[in-house]
Design a protein around this ligand. Sequence first.
Ligand code: C5P
Length: 319
Amino acid sequence: SAFLRRLWKGDASPRMLHPRLQKAMRAYLSANKHGVRFRGRRAAGRSRAELLCALRGRVRVRTLDGTEPPFSALGWRALVPAVPLGQLHPRGLRSCAVVTSAGAILNSSLGEEIDSHDAVLRFNSAPTRGYEKDVGNKTTVRIINSQILTNPSHHFIDSSLYKDVILVAWDPAPYSANLNLWYKKPDYNLFTPYVQYRRRNPDQPFYILHPKFIWQLWDIIQENTEEKIQPNPPSSGFIGILLMMTLCREVHVYEYIPSVRQTELCHYHELYRDAACTLGAYHPLLYEKLLVQRLNTGARGDLRRKGKVVLPGLRAARC
Ligand code: C5P
């Protein structure tokens, strides 16, 4: 489609989206439910190298470490893993894969390529069983949103999906990143199941992302976009891509920017159809994707055929 070709070139615009999606985006802009106040400066038009250096200078992965209130008084210093997320692989990882849950990955036969990476990141409840040919079967890290921990349908406490992997959870906090406010009124209460899970599985690395990290990523997207983006947190996909860029020397992202297989099928493992899953309504997803496309060093053909973007790690960026 014309839209896809524009997206691959990196110059798609929300004005090309279905009016229903545009209307939803405008509603989120005026609702501003997380109290976002952008104080940064726009720096649109940065080159790939400039963007990479800006990211390297700014992106600091942070997880709750139990040193700040209210968590300090709740004994979280002893509850969180002793080894920080950034130090699990002290010498860094070489090549990593980020596998989105998009329906477009069906019939891709990317499984073998995905499993050949040193580490593989997946999202939420995306399964591998039964889909190995297209998505592979290795999982190193899983990013989960707070609904996974709280919605009984996911069986978070005992499902094997969440075992034997590094877990990284997050929940939309106020833009102010006031931890007391957030603790009292999270979007979904992930704190109780987190404590329960940590007690039962003390040896499994399991972190909660710090709201400052989430909103720092949002600031970076807004800074590098001419238009006003939705004042809501970036998608798990963007969070995962940036996390892996800090941990790995090279990051291969699959079906984030859609391939020729683009479909309205939201997830490869569900029948639900909604174009918002790929193009965004709540999350500033289209803007995230345009930013990621600007960083892409992969081949044109890989983008079209595999939906693959190749990104350099931030440690190696020469600035
Ligand atoms: O829907 P969910 O958040 O679990 O999917 C994981 C991530 O994959 C999303 O946050 C989004 O970045 C990406 N995704 C996508 N297109 C889809 C479905 C998911 O880009 N159709």
